[in-house]
Design a protein around this ligand. Structure first.
Ligand code: GLA
Length: 383
C-alpha cells in the first residue's frame, strides 16, 4: 500500500486521504447456489486490489490505474450514461449504487493497483467494487454495513453491467478470514462458520486460459432455468421458494413436472447445497480426503447437470484425478471457462502445478497460468 500511496502522490501532487484494499476470492464449493439462496464454501485470497483517493473540487474524477499506467476519467454528471469499456465502469457503477442508498458522490482523484489476476475467475471486478466502495464510504463517513456494501457491488453487475450474478464474489471479498474457508448462507446473507483448510494443504488455482465468448448470456440463462424450476417446485412443495428449499430426494420425486433441462439444473444446485453441508462436516472432522472427493463430485455435476464446464476445464480436472498429490479439483466460479481449483499437499504444490501445466500444454497446446493461493482476510481500510 505504501508503494501505491507514493505513486499516487507523485502522480497527483497530493497524498491520498483514504486507502482501502479488497481481496479476490475462490469459490471452494457450492456452484451457482448463491442466487438460489443456498450455501457456499469460499475464501478470500492473498491477492488484493488497492484503491486510494483524495477529494477534488468540481465534478471530474480521475483514476490512475498503475497496473497499466493508464489514466481514466469521467464526470459525475455522467454517472447514468452507458458504462465505459474500461475498468472505471466498476467505479462509476459503485457510485451509482451507493447513490441509490443515500450516498452523495464527490469528485476525486484515485489510484489503483491490483494483484488479482484479471478475468481469471478470481473476481477481480468484485475486488475493485469493494475496494472503491469501502474507500468512498469511509472518506464520506457514510454508514453502510458490509452485507449492504456487498449488495451494492452486486448491484453494479446486475443493474449497471447486465450480468445477473449472485452475491458470492463481493460477499467473500468482504467477509473472508485469514487461513479460513467461510461457509455462507445466501438467504440470511451471513457467514455460518469458518473452517481452517486442513493443515498442510493448499489450493492451487489453474487457469484454463479459455472462456466462451457468451459467458454472460450463458450465466443469465442458467439463472433463469433455476428460477423456472424453483417456481414449478414451489407449486408442488408449498412453502418452498427457491432451490435452496428443495432436497435432492424431493427433486427426484417431482422429476416428471420439470423439463429435462430444468431437472438437470436443479439437480446441480440441490446437489451442491447438499455437498456444501457435507463438506463443512468433513472439514470439521478433519477428513480432507472426503472433502476432496466432494470437489470432484461437484465438477462431475457441472459436466452432466449444469453444463457449465468446457473441454479445457475437464482436461485440467482429469489430470488432477490421475495425480496422487491432488485430493480434489473442480471448476470454480461461473464456469464456461476460467479457472479450476486443486486441493494439494502444500509441500508438493509447486511440483504439482508444474506437472499439470506441462500435461495441459501437451494435451491442448495452451500455457496455463498457475497460482498457489493463500487464504486471506476480507477487505479493509488501511490506516
Ligand atoms: C460467478 C458469480 C457468482 C456465483 C458464481 C457461481 O462467480 O459472480 O455470483 O453465482 O459465478 O457460483
Amino acid at each position: 500500500m505504501q508503494q501505491l500511496m507514493e505513486k499516487f502522490t507523485a502522480h497527483f501532487g497530493v497524498a491520498p486521504a483514504v486507502a482501502a484494499q479488497a481481496p479476490g476470492r475462490l469459490e471452494v464449493l457450492g456452484n451457482h447456489t448463491d442466487y438460489n439462496e443456498g450455501f457456499v464454501l469460499s475464501c478470500a485470497v492473498g491477492q488484493t486490489t488497492k484503491f486510494v483517493l483524495a477529494p477534488v473540487s468540481g465534478t471530474c474524477c480521475r483514476v490512475m490505474d498503475f497496473r497499466e499506467g493508464k489514466e481514466m476519467s469521467f464526470d459525475l454528471a455522467a454517472l447514468d450514461e452507458k458504462p465505459p469499456r474500461n475498468g472505471s465502469k466498476y467505479i462509476i457503477g459503485m457510485l451509482n449504487e451507493l447513490r441509490k442508498r443515500g450516498f452523495k458522490p464527490f469528485a476525486f482523484n484515485a489510484g489503483l493497483e491490483s494483484s488479482v489476476p484479471l478475468s481469471a475467475g478470481m473476481s477481480s471486478s468484485a475486488a475493485l467494487e469493494v475496494a472503491c466502495g469501502l474507500a468512498f464510504t469511509e472518506y464520506a463517513g457514510f454508514a453502510i454495513d458490509r452485507a449492504e456494501l456487498a449488495r451494492a457491488g452486486q448491484g453494479v453487475e446486475n443493474n449497471f453491467l447486465g450480468l445477473k450474478t449472485g452475491l458470492l464474489d463481493q460477499f467473500s471479498s468482504l467477509f473472508g478470514k485469514k487461513d479460513s474457508i467461510i461457509m455462507s448462507d445466501f438467504r440470511s446473507v451471513e457467514v455460518l462458520g469458518t473452517h481452517a483448510l486442513p493443515a498442510g494443504y493448499v489450493f492451487v488455482v489453474i487457469n484454463s486460459m479459455k472462456k466462451h465468448t457468451l459467458v454472460d448470456s450463458d450465466y443469465n440463462v442458467r439463472r433463469e432455468d433455476c428460477e423456472n424450476a424453483a417456481r414449478i417446485l414451489a407449486g408442488i412443495y408449498p412453502g418452498s421458494r427457491t432451490l435452496r428449499d428443495i432436497t435432492p430426494e424431493q427433486l427426484l420425486a417431482a422429476k416428471q413436472h420439470l423439463s429435462n433441462r430444468e431437472f438437470c439444473r436443479a439437480c446441480h444446485v440441490t446437489g451442491e447445497c447438499d455437498r456444501v453441508k457435507k463438506a463443512a462436516g468433513l472439514l470439521a472432522a478433519g477428513d480432507v480426503r472426503g472433502f476432496g472427493e466432494l470437489l470432484f463430485d461437484s465438477h462431475d455435476s457441472s459436466i452432466s447437470n449444469f453444463e457449465n464446464s468446457t473441454a479445457e476445464l475437464d482436461i485440467l480436472v482429469d489430470i488432477a484425478r490421475h495425480d496422487e498429490a491432488c485430493l480434489g479439483a473442480r471448476l470454480s466460479g461461473g464456469g464456461f471457462g476460467g479457472i479450476t481449483i486443486h486441493l494439494v499437499k502444500a509441500d508438493d504444490a509447486a511440483d504439482y502445478a508444474a506437472r499439470v501445466k506441462a500435461e495441459y500444454f501437451k494435451r491442448t497446446g495452451i500455457e496455463a497460468e498457475v497460482f498457489i493461493c493463500s487464504l486471506g482476510d476480507g477487505a479493509s481500510i488501511v490506516k
